[in-house]
Design a protein around this ligand. Structure first.
Ligand code: NAP
Length: 353
């Protein structure tokens, strides 16, 4: 790293970060990406490098990647040392981790530099901006793109942790169509629009969806709630909480133990091959320490219509960290591209490029 300020630093390594890096690198901005640290803390928080997509299995809805055998393509596109660390490709469509490795490589091919560390603190009060990596030192930057994403909320049950990726998921759109969920009962936890949307989506595959909600009415909007009530393949369990995910090492999830949230707090068990958590997301904005304007739910506010400008001139935001609505890999990649174009124009206007 040079001691003169970086032109552009990108914080985050999901689809938004890599897409921004690819565009910025092709525009000769020599972006520096902080992709996050590989640490137990990040593993537990769901904030390891490569973002939420790296926590999913097959990705069927990312444009340009139809179902097919990508093995030889992956071998030719990725460097051996990173390919060797990935699970073997088994003839299905692209997986989340594969897609993220491809995006990372694409950005690298055009000269993106990568630091495998977290940014713990920022100072956006004056330019050049100051960024504090976990490993120490200070990195100065003329322009910054924040693409740190969001993390799905989990209940924190040990059994939930144990069966993640073996029946426990926080993304129905990512995982719902997997064979293990076909014509089987599935449990969805939550009572908001996301829970209803996920439950409705999962009825396409499941024999029955059990929607488990801790209160006696759904938080979801009226129209969404009506959809859940009217769907014969959705059974709503009100005043009920997930107490334990049941399963074994061989089969993964086989059922759930539910507990009432009001007296007499009766317990029941249900058979299920999947448990989907839809209890909200938390954007990864705590490290900003209030220096960018956030929504009440702590998402970064885009200050201009259809632009990625934040409340600080020269700082842009892309992906789920600024989007609590679409939250798809492809929409994150789209806003990542927009942020790089916004940053490039901003740098040109300020004589930095
Ligand atoms: P949300 O509206 O915050 O709902 C989260 C749900 O999870 C609530 O029902 C909440 O219960 C429950 N919950 C939270 N913590 C829990 C815990 N520890 N144990 C059990 N249950 C827990 O989040 P969201 O559904 O992800 O929606 C986020 C935003 O996106 C909303 O503004 C929503 O309208 C929007 N959205 C819109 C659509 C659509 O229009 N198609 C689709 C998805 C999302 P309580 O109700 O008891 O608080």
């Amino acid at each position: 790293m040079s001691s003169s300020p970086e032109t552009l630093v990108i914080i985050g390594s999901g689809p938004a970060g890599w897409s921004a890096a690819t565009y910025a690198a092709r525009a000769q901005l020599k972006p520096l990406v902080f992709e996050g640290a590989i640490s137990e803390k990040n593993r537990m928080a769901g904030t390891l490098p490569l973002g939420q997509l790296a926590l999913t299995s097959e990705v069927e809805n990312y444009a340009g990647f139809p179902h097919g055998d990508l093995g030889r393509f992956l071998d030719s596109a990725l460097p051996k040392e990173r390919r060797m660390m990935m699970p073997p490709h088994e003839g299905q469509g692209v997986t989340g981790p594969e897609l993220m490795e491809l995006m990372r490589q694409q950005a690298t091919n055009f000269g993106t530099r990568i630091v495998t560390d977290d940014i713990l603190k920022v100072d956006f009060s004056a330019r050049p901006f100051k960024l504090h990596p976990a490993e120490g030192g200070v990195v100065e930057a003329q322009c910054v793109i924040v693409a740190t994403g969001a993390s799905a909320n989990w209940l924190g049950l040990p059994s939930e942790e144990k069966f993640k990726n073996r029946g426990v998921s926080a993304c129905a759109v990512c995982d719902g169509a997997l064979p293990r969920f076909r014509n089987q009962p599935i449990v969805v936890v939550g009572g908001g629009d996301s829970a209803v949307e996920e439950a409705t989506y999962l009825t396409k595959f499941a024999s029955m969806v059990h929607l488990v909600h801790r209160r006696d009415e759904l938080r979801a909007s009226k129209i969404m709630a009506a959809r859940a009530h009217e769907n014969p393949k959705i059974t709503i369990h009100f005043n009920t909480a997930l107490a334990e995910v049941l399963g074994d090492d061989g089969r993964g999830v086989t059922g759930v133990r539910l507990a009432g949230t009001v007296e007499p707090r009766a317990e029941q068990t249900l058979a299920a091959t999947g448990v989907f958590l839809a209890i909200g997301h938390t954007p990864n904005t705590a490290f900003l320490d209030g220096q960018l304007e956030l929504t009440p739910k702590k998402y970064i506010v885009w200050k201009k219509h259809f632009r990625t400008d934040t409340s600080v001139d020269g700082v842009f935001a892309a992906g789920d960290v600024a989007d609590d609505y679409y939250r798809q890999a492809i929409s994150a990649a789209g806003t990542g591209c927009m942020s790089a174009l916004d940053a490039e124009r901003w740098l040109a206007e300020h004589g930095e490029h």
